[in-house]
Design a protein around this ligand. Structure first.
Ligand code: ARG
Length: 412
């Protein structure tokens, strides 16, 4: 079933230890004889709604009736239609604008959209994911970027990226049941190990996992990320020298690769996108959640806090120092990051702008309110519109399962 490769184009996978990663073909897989999948025909009403929105919000020369007629003709003959480059770019931005769980939407217009709809090979997709990392990281001045690979069509299914994010850390289960690394990815790590991925000789809690890219024609392949495409930040604390000894680090850019971009009835399952981090995502969740790195008790002990009783609020105190360390470290490293107070205010600015433009802004309170000091941020103290419509990003159940379990393959 699996072929393991590191055979992306030289130009991208050059330099660093990643380039030395050799292609290891485990078992050749003949392509399936008959198409195993047919995407349903595009919903014309949804396509029309999007095209009308595009024409209403953008200066377009083509009269809307012409555009709609062409779309209908295409859908009636081949079951799908092709977005213009401008429609695609706008659709990806509006999908961000409509993302009810994202607090960072003030900058939705600045999204850089990479139109990669003609990249059909697994090595091409992997190479462009690496290029995405370099563009988005931008030496630390993080840029919001999306790379849009081919859509799902009745003629040809879209490529799949299995990973939840382009960069995630392996989780290794120890004999005593504890985990080295990110417990969220223990199953994914076990799966790719089964496919032939080799963990570094000296395992750490922060070993980037390989990318797994699958197409119907080629099956699933693994690609090691070139280390120089993975910028990381070592954790230090502004006042506590011992913090550095914990050896913590995190990647500079979160590139979500497990969500499907949906625009006007067309699905783009492979469309990795990123913004920059808000500190609490790392300090109050990735490092702090009980089922992730679970570091709050570790920090509390180093701080010498009384952990024998909950009402000393040792958890809260340790969490604050952990989050100060995250913000401090990214700033020291020159990597873009924002704090939850600043971001909450920016989000209210975004809401005001959307209201002034006569639009509704869908908001999921439970995601927008930060995971620490919620009531200290203005986003806590109000109600919001909740229903979203139009372009959006979706976490499909099967894709999420594949991202956590490392399978099963999409095309069998
Ligand atoms: N919370 C996720 C993480 O910790 C990232 C989600 C997207 N975040 C963002 N700032 N764009 O990796």
């Amino acid at each position: 079933m699996f072929r393991v490769s590191g055979d992306a184009p030289e130009a991208v996978f050059s330099g660093g230890a990643g380039a030395a990663e050799r292609t290891r073909r485990l078992r050749p897989v003949p392509p399936p004889a008959a198409p195993v999948f047919r995407a349903p025909s595009v919903d014309i009403a949804e396509a029309e709604e999007f095209l009308r929105l595009f024409h209403a919000e953008n200066p377009v020369d083509t009269p809307i009736q012409h555009r709609l007629a062409r779309m209908r003709y295409e859908v009636e003959t081949i079951g799908t239609y092709r977005h213009t480059a401008e429609e695609l770019a706008y659709g990806a931005k509006v999908a961000w604008r409509n993302s009810a769980r994202c607090i960072g939407r003030l900058y939705w217009r600045s999204l850089k959209v990479r139109d990669l709809r003609d990249v059909h090979t697994v090595s091409g997709v992997a190479a462009h994911c690496v290029e995405h990392l370099r563009m988005a990281t931008n030496g630390g001045k993080v840029r919001p970027v999306i790379s849009v690979f081919p859509p799902e069509t009745p003629q040809r299914p879209a490529p799949r990226i299995w990973n939840e994010q382009l960069i995630r850390y392996a989780g290794y289960r120890n004999a005593d049941g504890s985990v080295l690394g990110d417990p969220r990815y223990v199953r994914f790590t076990e799966a790719v190990t089964g496919f032939g991925w080799r963990a570094p000789a000296r395992r750490t809690g922060f070993d980037p996992l390989p990318l797994v890219v699958e197409t119907r024609e080629e099956g699933a392949h693994m690609f090691a990320l070139p280390p120089d495409a993975v910028q990381e930040v070592p954790m230090t604390h502004p006042e506590l020298p011992w913090f550095a000894e914990l050896g913590l680090r995190w990647h500079a850019v979160p590139v979500i690769s497990g969500m499907r971009l949906s625009i006007g009835g067309i699905s783009y399952p492979a469309a990795p996108f990123n913004g920059w981090y808000m500190g609490t995502e790392i300090g109050a969740r990735n490092f702090a959640d009980h089922d992730r790195y679970d570091l709050v008790p570790v920090i509390a002990e180093r701080l010498g806090l009384d952990t024998s009783r909950e009402d000393t609020l040792w958890r809260d105190r340790a969490m604050v120092e952990l989050n100060r360390a995250v913000l401090h470290s990214y700033q020291q490293a020159g990597v873009t990051i924002t704090d939850h107070h600043t971001e909450s205010h920016r989000f209210l600015t975004h809401l005001e702008k959307e209201e002034a433009a006569g639009r509704k802004c869908p908001v999921d309170w439970s995601w927008i309110v930060p995971p620490m000091s919620g009531s200290q941020t203005p986003v806590f103290h109000r109600y919001y519109d909740t229903e979203a419509s139009g372009p959006n990003y979706y976490a499909d159940e099967v894709a999420t399962h594949r991202a956590l379990a490392g399978g099963p393959p999409h095309f069998t």
